[in-house]
Design a protein. Structure first.
Length: 510
């Protein structure tokens, strides 16, 4: 029972992965403000109260949506299996299409894929947050499946398994850390998830319903992972969700267990399930994968990047260099002139489009050891410029760079996938280094930050030592668990202290 377009007047025409129209509630609160407010430490009471109202508004917005959950709880198990089968079948079709020579379905080039990673960052960087409020119910067996999901989202405290850490690293690798200028719509899902984190006591069925929807592995996850790998981008964040969200033993199954375990035995189970459905539908609000992918416009993205740089760039160029009779500072002093500036750079031969960017003087100013503008643009911005100059591939990947570095390999070679590149890197390095044994790493202070000596007097370790001291000074299990759960909150769990707290918590709940 998917949403149909005429159910929601004025909504965008692209259905999202829920099959619904992507939109949040435009009520009293801005999602973006709510998102950043909820990421503050020691939340003021007024923000907690506001987030409850925000959540109520979003839930109200779901009332005009229908969803594909079965009406009967007994039918959800087979519904999960059927949904998983359907996704497997659709993915097989996708692979067959690709093997028959079809172009990528999602990403026209690498900058398109990076644009997507930035656009979904507000959601990915609070991954798992909706379940945080349940950690305080650590001694209630009804919530053990759901708490287990939360712990797995946090990688059980292992840094390279923590989903937020993995995504942060992915963004940093490609210069995609600047995403806070995204529109309010991009923050709807994140703000909902952070609000659910604060109000599990008041919105328990809604938390369970949201989780049930979120943990069903969608087709877009598989296609995204496949195409990121193809473009030389690490797909781990996406592939690990497909393995842990699987219908047999993974999060999809645990999400159903969590629902069944929590159903009231005395109170009204029908009313509880009605609220679960409302929570499920929260997944359908905000921007979605398809909308983000379709919103990419390489030309607009380039102009936006140059427009942003012009704020400083209009002061720093010498008057020696002129293009079409105007100095670079004159061109950059008016951002509306950037398209004309680019056209003139092309006309005067500074940029040779639809060719290897190495043939363009403009590109050589940006990239290379002796490039005069080296460091002005970050990796993402350079990728956009590179793809804009290189143009559309004439055939499958035929005009794309063959590795992740700009222009270091012959233009027109096929690009190595991320996995192939990693294998080559590993083969090159494995004879040079000794891999420390896992047994050498402690359970609690399992890792030290890079550059740390591991010495307790090391500044990097002071916080962890203080946490250990605090924990040992506490006299009851309740006090210990309270301290641990406070460090496992969405803004804290990926920090050194948060990871250590998660490891201890995981051990304690068994
Ligand atoms: Fe996750």
């Amino acid at each position: 029972m998917k949403i149909t377009r005429n159910m929601l007047n004025g909504m965008p025409s692209i259905p999202n992965e829920c099959g619904t129209m992507p939109r949040g509630c435009s009520g009293q609160f801005e999602s973006k403000h709510m998102y950043f407010d909820l990421l503050r430490d020691n939340l003021p009471e007024e923000i907690v109260i506001a987030s409850r109202r925000y959540l109520a508004e979003q839930l109200q917005a779901t009332d005009k949506l229908t969803c594909d959950l079965p009406d009967k709880i007994d039918a959800i198990g087979s519904w999960i299996d059927e949904k998983a089968d359907q996704v497997r079948h659709q993915y097989r079709e996708y692979l067959n299409e690709r093997q028959a020579g079809a172009a990528r379905r999602y990403f026209s080039n690498k900058s398109h894929a990076l644009y997507f990673l930035k656009a979904v960052a507000p959601t990915k960087l609070v991954d798992g947050a909706w379940l945080y409020g349940l950690t305080r119910r650590w001694n209630d067996a009804r919530f053990s499946s759901l708490i287990k999901i939360y712990l797995e989202e946090l990688g059980e405290g292992v840094p390279n398994k923590n989903h937020v850490t993995i995504y942060k690293k992915l963004l940093a690798t490609h210069g995609c850390e600047q995403w806070d200028n995204l529109s309010d719509e991009h923050f709807v899902q994140g703000a909902i998830q952070l609000s659910l984190a604060q109000h599990a006591d008041h919105f328990l069925p809604e938390v369970i319903g949201f989780n049930l929807g979120y943990e069903q592995p969608p087709l877009h996850l598989l296609i995204t992972a496949y195409e990121l790998n193809e473009l030389g981008i690490d797909p781990t964040y996406f592939t690990l969700h497909f393995t842990i969200d699987n219908a047999n033993t993974g999060h999809a199954k645990k999400s159903l267990d969590g629902l069944l375990d929590s159903l009231p035995r005395v109170n009204d189970a029908d009313e509880f399930f009605r609220r679960v459905i409302r929570g499920y539908k929260l997944n359908c609000l905000g921007t979605c994968t398809n909308t983000v992918i379709e919103s990419f416009d390489l030309n607009k993205e380039l102009i936006a990047i140059l427009g942003k740089k012009s704020a400083v760039g209009k002061y720093v160029h010498s008057d020696y260099c002129r293009v079409a009779g105007r100095t670079i500072n004159q061109w950059l002093s008016d951002p509306t002139q950037i398209p004309a500036f680019l056209a003139n750079l092309e006309e005067k031969g500074w940029i040779k489009r639809d060719q290897d960017p190495q043939n363009s003087r403009f590109w050589k100013l940006l990239q290379g050891e002796k490039a005069e503008m080296f460091g002005v643009f970050n990796s993402y911005e350079k990728q956009v410029i590179y793809d804009w100059i290189a143009g559309e591939p004439k055939e499958f990947d035929a005009t794309q760079p063959s590795d992740n570095k700009f222009g270091t390999a012959a233009f027109g070679q096929r690009r190595l996938t991320f996995k192939a590149q990693r294998l080559l890197d590993t083969l090159g390095k494995c004879s040079e280094r000794v891999i420390p044994s896992a047994a050498a790493r402690g359970v609690i202070r399992r890792h030290a930050p890079r550059g740390s000596t591991g010495d307790d007097s090391d500044d990097f370790n002071i916080e962890l030592r203080t946490l250990e001291e605090k924990l040992t000074s506490l006299t009851s299990k309740e006090e210990i668990m309270n301290l641990l759960t406070s460090l496992m909150s969405p803004p804290n769990h990926y920090t050194e202290a948060g990871l250590m707290a998660t490891r201890i918590f995981t051990k304690m709940v068994g």
